[in-house]
Design a protein around this ligand. Structure first.
Ligand code: GDD
Length: 330
């Protein structure tokens, strides 16, 4: 039975990846942070087969203990402070967790596998946010990185550390440069879920308006369930490598609004949406669109959910939750 350790188990990707690995017969361990973490119950209910271990990406000794007790064949480092807007307010904490946390995890893996550097396969959750002020359209594995947020800078550090550990120590370390990926499990602070929740509530007469920031930014949005499959495929390759994981399509926030409101038969959505300077960012990433050719050719990976399918999935889920909030769970 293969064994996997996942950091960031409480997040959207941690849950989907746990389900995927459990279905494949893995023994799955998840790292959970803090005393009385409020998301512990959610993880235990959603993926009861996962064994939870306590640890923190900023605490190397806790990571080494997690390695010793889980004895993993594969480590998926999904843990991070992942909300870009927050990273300007807490740049140092974001750097410690999202950047230096990767180095701590790599060190824990290296020390644990000192007798055979390729004993444990390592996946780093890199991000299309690293492309920032994009230098190529579409963005590929070798596109110059130009991050635009403290979060993006921290992710660049983690990305290059992963490459450096692969090249320095012969580790099987892979970096998945994942473009935005969404689902009914997406946190409500991210724009897609913020929209799907609000539009469901507007349709049901529970609220009247929605306040957003920049509506013209464009993102390459895919389905998170597809993207965790790409992570697993990277770990099955003979060597570690870097891969862009994206749909190859880009859409604006406005287009996401169009389809979400159309789902509830509202055409004149402008009257429900206001723009608030609070939600604009000090430096914006205007356009993301990835070229997933390498992942398709080398991993045999392909996305199964397109943009309209993603909006429909999120809208149906939030309509269900808002109709019966006391029983529905995402
Ligand atoms: N969150 C949010 N809230 N974003 C808004 C809003 C708003 O009210 N209004 C407009 N936006 C715009 C943002 O300015 C940004 O251009 C876009 O919507 C997407 O924002 P998010 O959904 O917060 O995602 P992100 O692109 O910043 O980052 C996500 O994707 C990255 C991959 O590229 C996160 O999941 C990151 O962790 C991930 O690495």
């Amino acid at each position: 039975m293969p064994r996997a350790l996942i950091t960031g188990i409480t997040g959207q990707d941690g849950l989907y990846l746990s389900e995927l690995l459990l279905a494949k017969g893995y023994e799955v361990f998840g790292l959970i942070r803090g005393q009385n973490n409020p998301k512990r119950e959610l993880v235990q209910e959603t993926v009861p087969g996962v064994t939870l271990l306590t640890g923190d990406l900023t605490d190397l000794s806790s990571l080494m203990r997690a390695m010793e007790s889980s004895e993993p064949d594969e480590v998926y480092n999904l843990g991070a402070i992942s909300f870009v807007a927050y990273s300007w307010e807490n740049a140092m904490l974001t750097t410690d967790v999202t950047g230096k946390g990767v180095l701590n995890m790599l060190e824990a893996v290296r020390l644990y596998s000192h007798d055979d550097p390729a004993k444990v396969r390592f996946y780093q959750a890199s991000s299309s946010e690293m492309f920032g002020k994009v230098q190529d359209v579409p963005q590929r594995e070798n596109t110059l990185l130009w991050p635009r947020s403290p979060y993006g800078v921290a992710k660049v550090f983690g990305h290059y550390m992963t490459i450096n550990y692969r090249e320095s120590y012969g580790m099987h370390a892979s970096s998945g440069i994942l473009f935005n990926h969404e689902s009914p499990r997406r946190g409500p602070e991210f724009v897609t879920r913020k929209i799907s929740i609000a539009v469901a509530r507007i349709a049901l007469g529970l609220q009247d308006s929605l306040s957003l920031g920049n509506l013209d930014a464009r993102r390459d949005w895919g389905f998170a369930g597809d993207y965790v499959d790409a992570m697993w495929r990277m770990m099955q390759q003979p060597e570690g490598d870097d891969y862009v994981v994206a749909t190859g399509q880009t859409h604006s926030i406005r287009e996401f609004l169009d389809l979400s409101f159309a789902h509830v038969n509202i055409d004149d959505w402008e009257k429900h949406v206001t723009q608030d300077p609070r939600f604009f960012r000090p430096a914006e990433v205007d356009l993301l669109i990835g070229d997933p050719t390498k992942a398709k050719e080398q991993l045999g990976w392909t996305p199964t959910v397109d943009f309209p399918g993603l909006v429909t999935m999120m809208m149906e889920n939030d309509l269900r939750i808002q109709e019966r909030p006391q029983v529905a769970r995402s």
